[in-house]
Design a protein around this ligand. Sequence first.
Ligand code: ADP
Ligand code: MG
Length: 339
Amino acid sequence: MADIINLLPDNIANQIAAGEVIQRPASAVKELLENAVDAGATEIQLIIKDAGKELVQVIDNGGGMSETDARMCFERHATSKIQSIEDLFQITTMGFRGEALASIAAVSQVELKTRKKGAEVGTYVEIDNSFVNKQEPCQTAEGTSIAMKNLFFNVPARRNFLKSNAAEMRHIVDEFIRVAMSFPQLQFSLVNNNQQLFHLDKGSLKQRIVAILGQHYNARLVSVKETTDYMNVYGFVGKPETAKKTRGDQFFFVNNRFIKSSYLNHAVMNAFADIIPADGFPLYVLFIDVNPEHVDINVHPTKQEIKFDDEKLMYAFVQSAVKHSLAQFSITATLDFDL
Ligand code: ADP
Ligand code: MG
């Protein structure tokens, strides 16, 4: 009987795997912004054309890449961030899977320009459908620029699944905000079709929240801060009067990584239970810092779902931290009122 199994060529394997990591332009935005943060950049620009369908470009002033790394970075499982499985539980970078650039290169046309700090020349790499078209020395600023063009040009079925420009742009802005919120000490900008949507100067978390979500929050944020041996919780919640009718301005970051957790959301909502209307959604921007050995972030390729080793403890801690700060706020509010 004839053998019927064959190994898929790398570019096809990459195209298939890319479906998990790069679902839409916003997925590339997240991955490229996180790479810039991991590279130690202090200024990060995001440039979008046609809701990312034509162009998603991130320019950073981080560490840059050597000539060899500039080619290597597009290989599947190519990463400078971990070396062993144990490293996963001490991770301090946003990335570690070595899959983002390989996935992006498999479903778009990529132009990379990069120069290491102090190097005389940089490297230009052009990739199309996972194949290197061109690699040559170039003049470029220190740091890295990666441009992803014509997403899914070679996978028309997936291109057809993309939503309207307005909808894709909303996803892009969401991802941009999540990363920018999590690193207020870095400068971020977002330009869409030559129009600047955000320019966020370095500053405090409070300044960043107000710059992103609006001036009306300025005098309406309550600080949350609680520390134990196991974890720290810090950030802000909105005063009760800022609760909205729609879910929206709610962010959890675990070790600086944006996560979705209906469980922890419930803990915060519980803390607000008696002080906002039952159908209201309070603002919260909460950071949980915990020893990486207590969380598994490798549950899903986009890393937005994570597992804690002790979920109940997390819940209780988050709830009490928020309750505590709200209680202090209401005491102050009463005093103000009495005076
Ligand atoms: P991961 O981030 O999981 O390591 P990626 O595919 O996103 O995987 O990137 C592969 C590697 O390319 C990174 O580990 C890093 O060494 C390098 N790299 C990617 N983006 C940048 C950048 N903006 N600046 C410097 N190095 C980068
Ligand atoms: Mg990455």
